[in-house]
Design a protein around this ligand. Structure first.
Ligand code: MN
Ligand code: MN
Length: 394
């Protein structure tokens, strides 16, 4: 006892790369203990991990912050997470009245409002316009090439933007201020039928985000288009959608079947209670881009040929799963884990390992896996497309 009270380090609180069976050794060299503590499954991987799965996780906390009067943004793109070719994500905040300026881009834009409120506007190729206020749990979707804007309301806002190209950057979009700045004034004058003097105060470059006053009620800003409004609204209230309840959590799926505007991006909002897991599964349509909203967890990805790798994830992280790779996510914390699974696809698609096995001839499954009677009995109880369920007690 005397010895332990004089130990220079509180040994149990400093994790070491050592397995319970003694494999590994104490890390005495330079190290980031805080980061090691957040990554227990990176420091001591499960013995089942093996092979050459590349990095499948990145932290918004390790990205460049673009700070403007009116808000900030940071992004996880192929430059931060090289495997993420299908989608890129931007985390943005706007102050009350802060504006993400009028702009457009080649990529589809899908967004989830994390907190606060914003007003979004757009006009489509047929002159049909759109304006809406969005709050926590709401989505929006702007098709590729359609011009739009976002403005923070009284309480400001923070949201996640997802684009259907990993090479995207929100700092490299087509902005109205940028175009004005790079068009000769005589051309602007001819285009709008006014004297060049009318453009004396235009910005000299891309504005991106700027501070404005909080706009009035939506009715005070509406513009009536002779062509009407967009046929499929660009807003969808995802959190208000009744969830599919499962043992251990819930899931809300949104794709072109219930949000018709969203032709290029599909998603699921998943809730995993403490101790529960998102079951073993994969997706037969495309890669999965994840954003962790709350809590902490552990994801293992299986890539075939003996390759599997485990990642610790927490709120604010981005995860990625290559097309068809098997995976599961466990809630390893004491808070509920919420995360988004997002796909470059018009439909959400998912293959459940349990369901596949339950609907395959019993003798075949049993002989292939040398399956125990207990496992075969458990499979016969699979009655629904299992989204997730609590793991067996260990
Ligand atoms: Mn945009
Ligand atoms: Mn998945």
């Amino acid at each position: 006892m005397e010895h332990s009270s004089r130990a220079p380090y509180p040994a149990p609180s400093i994790p070491q790369p050592i397995r319970p069976d003694g494999a590994g050794a104490v890390d005495k060299g330079p190290r980031d203990v805080m980061r090691d503590m957040q990554n227990p499954d990176m420091l001591v991987p499960p013995v089942t991990d093996a092979g050459l799965i590349p990095n499948l996780r990145f932290w918004f906390s390790d990205t460049h912050m673009t700070l403007n009067h009116g808000g900030w943004s940071r992004e996880v793109t192929i430059r931060e997470l090289p495997i993420a070719t299908t989608l890129a994500g931007v985390n943005m905040s706007l102050t009350p009245g802060g504006v993400r300026e009028l702009h457009w881009h080649q990529q589809a834009e899908w967004s989830y409002m994390l907190l606060g409120h914003a007003r979004i506007t757009a006009v489509d190729q047929n002159g049909r316009n759109f304006i809406a206020d969005v709050g926590p749990g709401d989505l929006w979707y702007f098709p590729p090439g359609i011009p739009h804007s976002i403005q923070g309301l009284e309480d400001g806002c923070e949201f996640l933007l997802v684009f259907d190209d990993g090479h995207f950057s929100d700092l490299n979009t087509l902005s109205i201020s940028d175009w004005f700045a790079h068009t000769p004034k005589e051309v602007l004058a001819a285009n709008f039928g006014v004297a060049q003097e009318a453009f004396r105060d235009i910005p000299t470059g891309q504005v991106y985000i700027y501070q404005d006053k909080v706009p009035g009620p939506i009715a005070s800003q509406e513009v009536t288009s002779p062509y009407g409004t967009v046929p499929f609204p660009f807003k969808h209230s995802l959190l208000a959608q009744p969830p599919l309840k499962t043992p251990g959590g819930s899931v809300r799926i949104v794709d072109s079947t219930n949000f018709p505007a969203s032709q290029k991006i599909a998603a699921a909002l998943v809730e995993i209670e403490p101790g529960a897991m998102r079951e073993l599964h994969w997706h037969p349509n495309n890669d999965e881009w994840q954003y962790y909203l709350t809590g902490q967890g552990r994801m293992t990805v299986f890539g075939g040929d003996g390759a599997a790798r485990t990642f610790d994830v927490r709120a604010g992280d981005v995860g990625y799963v290559p097309f068809a790779y098997g995976h599961y996510i466990q809630n390893t914390g004491t808070d509920t884990l919420w995360f988004l699974e997002i796909f470059k696809s018009s439909r959400f698609e998912d293959v459940s390992l349990n369901q596949w096995m339950a609907l395959t001839p019993t003798e075949l499954v049993a002989s292939n896996l040398h399956a125990s009677p207990e496992l075969m009995h458990a499979l016969r109880k699979v009655k629904w497309p299992v989204v997730k369920y609590p793991p067996p007690m260990r």
